[in-house]
Design a protein around this ligand. Sequence first.
Ligand code: GUN
Length: 287
Amino acid sequence: MSATIIDGKAFAATIRDKVAGHVARLSEEHGITPGLAVVLVGEDPASQVYVRSKGKQTVEAGMSSYEHKLEEDTSEADLLALIDRLNNDPSVHGILVQLPLPRHIDEDLVINSIDPVKDVDGFHISNVGLLGTGQKSMVPCTPLGCLMMLRAHLGNLSGLDAVVIGRSNIVGKPMAQLLLGDSCTVTIAHSRTRDIADVVRRADIVVAAVGRPEMVPGDWIKPGATVIDVGINRIERDGRNVLVGDVDFASAGKVAGAITPVPGGVGPMTIACLLANTVTACCRVNG
Ligand code: GUN
């Protein structure tokens, strides 16, 4: 292993401390406590873990956490009615509907029913449009965390070649927009990309967000490149259940200049950025 390990866990802890400082000042100087409502529909085990973790860290930062756990067979109309109540509740500054939703619910309809000012995920179509046109917007948490780590490690990103592997609305597309905003030359690679190894090999920055265990081997990585691994995949290895990323850490770590580990890289940054977005939403509403 020659690469520098980018410690997302430590970085996230510094962001959480800053957020807690802001929250304390908002409370002392303005009597306001930021509030985050998280809505979970159904019993998806991974989503339950994420939601629990979000609630715990929200409270630890001094904010109010409102958890709404709904049955798997909740109707779309009932979910929309809950969102309407949260949109109109002044103690709720941020709303997050955990994805994926059950198949009978229209995800786009639900996301776009959230007040864009309270859309701490940055998934509402108006926030997507603002980001795409370089205007002030709520920025999706995972790509925001990746950008913060890249800036901290590399400084100015201007002119660098960046490849984002994966074209999801949650990570790939907003990540590409953020890198473009920092003047990178951006390529989005995906399952239909021809000669993907050659495309990735040109990149100074690689962000892997495909959800396929260890898909990116070390020989796809340009020597010295910075590699951000968004994947969190559970696999069986040597009879044990382990978490691995989308990048083969062992081989990529020998070639890259810097790399994020899994776990302990992007994951902790996502929730830290969610807390930061909630404070941002609170400050925008309260001037
Ligand atoms: N499911 C997986 N990632 C996310 C995320 O960032 N936000 C929401 N709301 N759901 C998710």
